[in-house]
Design a binder for this molecule. Structure first.
Ligand SMILES: Cc1ncc(COP(=O)(O)O)c(C=O)c1O
Length: 379
């Protein structure tokens, strides 16, 4: 570790370790599972909070060639990192200037006839300007609704001029294999594709992370995982086949003994039934460690769990270390707030949310350490 990095780590209250080799391994596993479909990478929201600057090149090195950003700004930043990648923008044109997409070689996923018109007016005759088409098959969020799709198809000329490079739709319930929408959406997608009568070079895409695990019929030509790349379990209540990517270690700042009957933290929400030993740890809700984990979550010291007692505050939380030997929990020692025993999905369940929200909430104050996939350095 470089001297500056070591000193930044010493000065931080918590260290976030992001394993780029695990992201690369997850990419290869998902790609093998989806083959012969192509496996793209979704790197929106700063690669789900993990750092697009490091994650995107690591995915490129792992063999990923098609990427999805959420917005024009994210796409432009990604283009700066990956000059040769195919980059789609999930939010469509979202009121931005089509010329800006063309200039950066980005492909908007057009969501309406209005967007198709605007794109064709601005980019229709440019040889290297390509766009995708997002059709809605049941998510009812983004994408062309059935009546607009019918109009586009019956009018014909616009569609021919557009010649999309990708037609995509998005599953609503893919993490729950038994849900009826997992049968209905592929059927609606096939119907839409048949009516669009696409040329052979147009790619078709329906599945994100969870859809890859629904079976080979759902992969079409291209899959678009995000969460699974970053270690989030693709299916509810099933073992997670992916490698963990994130470890969050926070420093113990102070240790104290408290008497039976005393309380801890804002609102005095936890009262000790016996004498206890407490550790104050340097992570709080300003770092994205949610206040909902007050009196619920836990941290690990080695393989021993210490429960969070009292409320999580802005920069700090407190854990009960009464059962942990003093030499293992003292000021300056580290605890796993997210780690091998309490992975992202577990922390999310304890907080009453999903792993996606835990990752994308991860704070900016952590010392970030990237375990190398040969592509990136610590920032
Ligand atoms: C349209 C679309 N495709 C793909 C993804 C990636 O999904 P996941 O992170 O579940 O793999 C998302 C994420 O929200 C999305 O909105």
């Amino acid at each position: 570790m470089a001297a500056a990095d070591a000193s930044a780590e010493r000065a931080a209250l918590a260290t976030l370790t992001i394993d780029l080799a695990a992201i690369a391994a997850n990419y290869r596993m998902l790609a093998a599972r989806a083959a012969p479909a192509e496996c793209a990478g979704v790197v929106k929201a700063d690669a789900y909070g993990l750092g697009v600057l490091q994650v995107a090149p690591a995915l490129w090195q792992a063999g990923c060639r098609t990427f999805f950003a959420a917005t024009l700004a994210e796409g432009v930043a990604l283009r700066g990192l990956l000059p040769d990648a195919i980059i789609y923008v999930l939010a469509g044109l979202h009121g931005a200037d089509p010329a800006d997409f063309v200039a950066a070689g980005l492909r908007p996923l057009l969501v309406s006839r209005g967007e198709v018109d605007r794109w064709l007016a601005a980019a229709g005759d440019k040889i290297d300007a390509r766009a995708g088409l997002h059709v809605d098959t049941g998510m009812a969020r983004l994408g062309m609704p059935p009546d607009e799709l019918d109009a586009l198809i019956s009018e014909g000329r616009q569609l021919k001029r557009l010649h999309p490079s990708l037609v995509m739709s998005h599953f609503a319930c893919a993490d729950t294999p038994g849900h009826p929408l997992n049968r209905e959406q592929p059927q609606r997608f096939r119907d839409a594709l048949a009516r669009l009568a696409l040329q052979r070079d147009v790619k078709r895409s329906l599945a994100a992370s969870s859809g890859i695990f629904l079976g080979p019929d759902h992969a079409f030509d291209l899959v678009r995982p995000g969460a699974a790349l970053y270690g989030i379990a693709p299916l509810v209540d099933q073992p997670n086949p992916l490698r963990q990517v994130v470890r969050l270690q926070a420093k113990i700042l102070q240790v104290r003994r408290v008497d039976a009957g005393s309380t801890v933290g804002y609102g005095a929400t936890h009262r000790f039934a016996r004498q206890a030993r407490l550790a104050t740890v340097g992570v709080g809700y300003a770092d994205g460690f949610m206040r909902a984990l007050s009196n619920r979550g836990g941290a690990y010291i080695g393989d021993r769990r210490a429960t969070i007692v009292g409320r999580v505050s802005m920069d700090l939380l407190t854990i009960d270390i009464s059962d942990i030997p003093e030499e293992e929990a003292h000021p300056g020692s580290w605890v796993d707030v997210i780690g091998p025993h309490n992975p992202v999905d577990t922390v999310a369940a304890e907080a009453g949310t999903i792993g996606y929200e835990i990752l994308t909430s991860l704070g900016r104050r952590y010392h970030r350490r990237y375990l190398d996939a040969g592509a990136a350095a610590a920032r």
